[in-house]
Design a binder for this molecule. Structure first.
Ligand SMILES: C[S@@+](CC[C@H](N)C(=O)[O-])C[C@H]1O[C@@H](n2cnc3c(N)ncnc32)[C@H](O)[C@@H]1O
Length: 299
């Protein structure tokens, strides 16, 4: 195990633990025979943090397989999400010609290390300092080499984060592809609105954005769902307790009003597209999840 004692506090408490949850799901996905995404670094994060060291990182460590609400269906959801958003980012870079990437609430996302970026790409990773320090330590011990210029930006997305990003070398005159994966549910409504406004302000024509939201009415409606109760019971992570309870803004509407085009999709559409992934079920905590893909028109 990597010695992360001085820095693991960032992922051992509160919303930081959710980054470990997603990492464990990606580790399992990596080793599925029908894997949708491969992340060889994910299991190292899980093993390095005492809070998660005993969690499964291989399919055979999940005795109930896909019937397990947490390490089966929910983990597969994260695997599907990883694949869909990998494809979105790579398409923006290779087809859209974008060379600047910003991962908002990057957590333990290793896309800078594992995706085949075109030359000249820079990847900014925004998260809280403790999460980034833990990530740095684990990847450093593995001597992992990024495949793009990677710049961590330690800041709180509830505050004014644009200064930290531009101070780290972000260029607002170059088109950017932005990603907010598994982030916005944790932010107060005003912080989400500020995030969208800031993304728009910092986005040159030809930029793109993908983000994940939950329909507001579903935040509490499924509090007794197998997905939430198993995550709480097995890991001690109370997702509902970590989510912001504030009214959610209509960010897709805001972007449209600002001249972006936005398409709002359900994850289930992508399960059908890939022939694997979660499908709707009763009392489903995933029912309100939406993945939004937005483009700012080229000038
Ligand atoms: C569920 S994890 C998702 C991480 C990553 N995007 C992924 O999908 O693997 C949520 C991440 O958002 C970060 N986060 C939540 N609130 C934040 C805030 N106010 N400022 C910066 N980061 C925040 C957490 O630290 C955590 O790493």
């Amino acid at each position: 195990m990597v010695d992360t004692a001085p820095v693991n506090a960032g992922v051992e408490r509160g919303v930081g633990t959710t980054a470990l949850l997603v990492a464990a799901a990606r580790a399992i996905e990596t080793h599925r025979p029908d894997s949708l995404a491969a992340d060889v670094y994910a299991e190292h994060f899980v093993r390095a943090a005492p809070a998660s060291a005993g969690w499964p990182v291989r399919p055979h460590q999940v005795p109930d397989g896909d019937a397990d609400p947490l390490w089966g269906r929910f983990a597969r959801y994260f695997g599907l999400r990883t694949r869909v958003l990998d494809d979105f980012l790579l398409n923006a870079a290779h087809t859209g010609g974008i060379r600047q990437v910003v991962l908002l609430g990057a957590g333990l996302d290793t896309r800078a290390y594992r995706l085949d970026w075109p030359s000249g790409c820079v990847v900014f990773e925004i998260d809280r300092e403790g999460v980034l320090a833990f990530k740095h330590q684990v990847l450093g011990a593995l001597a992992a080499e990024p495949k793009a210029a990677r710049t961590p930006v330690a800041t709180d997305l509830r505050a004014d984060w644009a200064g930290a990003l531009t101070g780290a070398g972000f260029d607002p005159t170059a088109p950017t592809v932005w990603l907010a994966e598994g982030l916005l549910f944790y932010l107060p409504g005003a912080a989400e609105t500020h995030l969208v406004t800031t993304v728009d302000r910092l986005s040159a024509p030809g930029s793109a954005l993908a983000y994940e939201v939950k329909l507001e009415k579903d935040l509490l409606a499924y509090r007794d769902s197998p997905l939430y109760t198993s995550t709480h019971r097995q890991l001690g992570i109370d997702l509902i307790g970590l989510f912001s309870r504030e009214p959610r803004p209509d960010s897709a509407g805001d972007l449209t009003a600002r001249g972006w085009s936005a398409s709002v999709r359900t994850p289930f559409e992508f399960s059908l597209l890939h022939g694997r992934g979660p499908l709707p079920e009763p009392n489903d905590a995933l029912a309100g999840n939406r993945w939004v893909f937005a483009d700012k028109p080229p000038s």
